[in-house]
Design a protein around this ligand. Structure first.
Ligand SMILES: C[S@@+](CC[C@H](N)C(=O)[O-])C[C@H]1O[C@@H](n2cnc3c(N)ncnc32)[C@H](O)[C@@H]1O
Length: 503
């Protein structure tokens, strides 16, 4: 059987560093793109211990030769780990992790590493376009502030600036985003050999990566005294960086007793959480996330991802509103909506509303569109109630006007249907159309056709950005269907949809 060289050297390296795994696991390398995946050649059962990894074999801020440089500079988290990774790579064969680093790709082609032209070409309109451009600016700042001063480190460790350039930093960031795990409080984030070879499957993982959480592995350095650490509880580690409590049975069986299950807190364990048939790929999970988050952090997407969402910025709603109403009108309606204690989700510089994968909008957006589309009379009544003495308490109760009988109180069980007037439904459709126009002049059908002709391996950026565009645009399509189904029903009942134009 053909085994590419880096894999063979890596296997020898694992043995030397006490990383053990059951014989049934096979690490398969795709000859076309060198990507690795893990398969089992024997049936695996829930609770089987399939691999053990000493924490000391992981590349972390604490285990790296750059530890003193990192500590002297006061770096931690992803920044500290980036320096550790760039440093060990710069040592070449002199690094204790050389064989591991040889197997690791140079970088993960996440959008952070795409050119600005590629970002515009592939991601315009998607949830990632703006975010990735902002990331790039922040990363340049981080590099200037935290990495470039290291060249004058007083620790005596000489760093070659070429090995710590912005480009090297970006590459290290891409590997950390896509392959690092949070190990424990002492080590923080780290690169974990073997554990980082498992691919992701949403909500269908086979293996969990766990640690008997304790600090006693960490040399004599006892500065960490977190209570959960002392308790020695098992905690599940996922490479989206969050620790979760174990959810699977704890009666661990070692497959064929090949591995010793110990409570040694210095060792990480990989445990099977459901039955896996011989011949199948063994998947981990990186968390429950939509395609924008998967592409952002890991550089891939999944078709039919149930966690997909699309966001509609408040700014876009205001743009829609400006096509119908004066800006004074829109401002006062938004101010009224806020007075009722509503707001969108808040991100760095924007306020937005989420549309879930089934095309359903958040109640906050419905209330805003409802308020926007109230007639002057109804709006006047409501405003009056709000401005009357003691209204704030009263108003956040039932808000009634002659024609409007809707509870606008935040937190109260409110029927979405009561808000879905014809005017709100029409507004939703128009806002969805505006949002869809951000993707440019190509139609959803054009995108679907292009995806069917696109090569997953050779045109990776195009492929995954098309999956993202299509999944977002399908949500907008569902939003339109959600809004228009009732519109038809209402019209059939003889209710007319009236466009409001208030000056
Ligand atoms: C932790 S590594 C997993 C091992 C990786 N396949 C390798 O070649 O080393 C994470 C990377 O694997 C790839 N990957 C993981 N799950 C995937 C999936 N379901 N579909 C496509 N690529 C995936 C992505 O490139 C991701 O950034």
């Amino acid at each position: 059987m053909y085994i590419p060289r880096p894999m063979r050297a890596f296997k020898r390296w694992m043995k030397l560093h006490g990383i053990n795994y059951i014989d049934a696991l096979r690490f398969i390398q795709n000859e076309e793109n060198d990507a690795v995946w893990v398969k089992t050649v024997a049936d695996l059962h829930q609770g089987d211990l399939v691999a053990t990894i000493p924490k000391q074999s992981c590349l972390t801020m604490k285990t790296s030769g750059a530890r003193h440089v990192i500590e002297e500079a006061g770096l931690d988290g992803y920044l500290g780990l980036s320096v550790a990774l760039m440093y060990e790579k710069s040592l070449g064969p002199d690094s204790p992790w050389f064989a591991y680093l040889q197997l690791m790709p140079q970088f993960e082609p996440i959008p952070l590493l795409w050119s600005f032209d590629e970002l515009d070409l592939f991601l315009s309109g998607t949830e990632l376009h703006k975010i990735v451009k902002e990331d790039r600016a922040l990363i340049n700042e981080d590099w200037k502030e935290c990495i470039s001063p290291l060249f004058d480190s007083a620790t005596g460790v000489k760093l070659n600036p070429d090995d710590f350039s912005v480009e090297q930093y970006l590459m290290a960031k891409s590997l950390i985003a896509s392959r690092s795990f949070e190990i424990d409080d002492y080590h923080g984030f780290g690169m974990v050999p073997l554990a980082d070879l498992f691919n992701h499957k949403t909500d269908a993982e086979d293996v969990h990566f766990t640690s008997v959480a304790s600090h006693s592995d960490s040399e004599e350095d006892s500065e960490i005294s977190d209570d959960s650490e002392k308790s020695g509880n098992d905690s599940q580690i996922s490479n989206n960086g969050s620790d979760k409590k174990n959810t699977y049975e704890s009666n661990i069986n070692d497959v064929g007793s090949e591995l010793n299950n110990s409570d040694d807190p210095a060792v990480l364990q990989m445990i099977i959480v459901k039955e896996v048939e011989a011949g199948a790929e063994v998947f981990n999970t990186y968390g429950s996330m939509g395609n924008a988050a998967l592409l952002h952090r890991y550089g891939f997407t999944e078709p039919e991802n149930p966690y997909d969402i699309v966001n509609i910025d408040l700014e876009l709603v205001l743009r829609w509103s400006s096509s119908l109403y004066s800006s004074r009108y829109s401002r006062s309606r938004v101010a009224f909506w806020k007075k009722l204690d509503y707001s969108g989700c808040l991100a760095q510089n924007s306020e937005y509303f989420e549309i879930s994968s089934d095309g359903k909008p958040e109640i906050e957006l419905l209330v805003l569109l409802f308020v926007m589309s109230l007639s002057e009379d109804d709006y006047g009544d409501l405003s009056l109630q709000l401005s009357s003495p003691g209204a704030c308490n009263k108003l956040t109760g039932t808000v009634l006007s002659k024609k409007v009988h809707v509870i606008l109180e935040k937190g109260k069980e409110m029927s979405k249907n009561a808000l879905l007037t014809n005017a709100v439904r029409s507004a939703l459709i128009e806002v969805a159309d505006l949002r869809d126009r951000l993707y440019g002049s190509r139609s959803l059908e054009d995108d679907i056709k292009e995806l069917s002709e696109c090569c997953f391996v050779k045109e990776r950026k195009l492929y995954h950005s098309l999956v993202l565009r299509i999944s977002e645009r399908r949500i907008l399509q569902k939003l339109r269907a959600y809004a228009s189904s009732g519109l038809l029903r209402n019209c059939a009942r003889g209710t007319k949809t009236k466009k409001l134009k208030v000056i």
